[in-house]
Design a protein around this ligand. Structure first.
Ligand SMILES: [Zn+2]
Length: 320
């Protein structure tokens, strides 16, 4: 039974995932804060300790055949080395696989959380064994895994799938890497909170002005649900950005389906239908009647499940 970890911009989760059968089973994840500012090595020490704890609890040894790690990108699919990751600042040049291998003494397989997510979707999602599948996670950041013609699209530097940095609404916000109007800069949880805080500088009105501490994306969603006009305008911008991005992906890849997951999607509530309407309105005429966009049924677990699938696939490669 493989060990799986998921490194996000906000939190890191560690779990064991049984992928031997038609249905996966997953142990309740151990969760701790990423806190990127503490540095890469400190986070890897805590992650390795979590893996060791799980191994002891379950009486299953860590081995070179059973550890998969999903991470927010950009990150190399070959050795898990970070490029300039907007949500893990200062971690560039560090390799997750190498760091964990040094601590644990066994091989570790690392890849982009979007790639892991699409692997999980292709095995356990609502569209198994689909040849053209895109999984998009909308969370602290935005990334994707893309299967085209039955193959994961990796790219020259294994950096494909960074759909969060498609420019969708110039002038409407930027990600931590500074691209103007990119999808992550408009529609991620980080962007939603940042945009609300910027608009609040010009007004004392509205529900969000009573929020204790810095406003979060969850605060904005809650205020929008309660009818707050500032919060609604921020959510509508996020939907517009997502609809622009999704209609572009549909046009480029002609996928069987785009599956969306991540905390922002989970929190959309009735705006999910509005997102579909906006996307359909912008998409090519071939999507007039059926829009192949759906929500994941794997919840937030897709990257963890995919990491376990990835580890078991590497094991097969390793043993071949
Ligand atoms: Zn960007």
């Amino acid at each position: 039974m493989p060990f799986a970890a998921d490194i996000g911009g906000t939190s890191i989760r560690v779990s064991m995932v049984d992928t031997r059968y038609d249905h996966y089973t997953l142990t309740e994840p151990i969760r701790f804060l990423t806190d990127p500012a503490r540095g890469f090595n400190s986070a890897m020490d805590e992650l390795a300790a979590g893996l060791k704890d799980l191994a002891i609890q379950n009486d299953i040894p860590l081995s070179s055949e059973n550890i998969g790690v999903a991470s927010a990108g950009p990150i190399s699919m070959y050795d898990g080395t970070y490029d300039f990751s907007p949500n893990l600042p200062g971690w560039q040049g560090h390799s997750v696989s190498r760091a964990l291998e040094e601590i644990l003494g066994v091989a570790v397989y690392t890849a982009h959380d979007g790639a892991m997510g699409v692997l999980a979707e292709s095995k356990y999602g609502q569209h198994p064994d689909t040849a053209n599948l895109i999984y998009v996670t909308v969370s602290t950041g935005i990334g994707a895994g893309i299967i085209a013609n039955g193959e994961i699209v990796a790219g020259r530097q294994s950096g494909a799938g960074e759909v969060g940095h498609m420019i969708v609404m110039p002038g409407r916000g930027s990600c931590n890497n500074g691209c103007d109007g990119c999808l992550e800069g408009v529609s991620s949880g980080t962007a939603i909170a940042r945009r609300a805080r910027a608009l609040m500088e010009n007004t004392q009105d509205g529900m969000l002005s009573n929020t204790p501490g810095p406003v979060t994306a969850a605060d904005v969603v809650a205020a929008a649900r309660a009818g707050d006009s500032l919060a609604i305008s921020v959510i509508e911008d996020a939907l517009e950005g997502l609809a622009n991005g999704l209609s572009g992906l549909l046009a480029i890849f002609d996928p069987d389906v785009i599956v969306l997951g991540g905390g922002v999607i989970d929190g959309l509530g009735h705006w999910w239908d509005e997102l579909l309407e906006r996307t359909q309105h912008k998409a090519l005429p071939r999507y007039k009647h059926v829009l192949p966009v759906s929500k994941t049924i794997l919840g937030g677990d897709a990257p963890l499940i995919g990491a376990a699938v990835f580890a078991s696939q590497q094991k097969e490669v390793y043993q071949a």
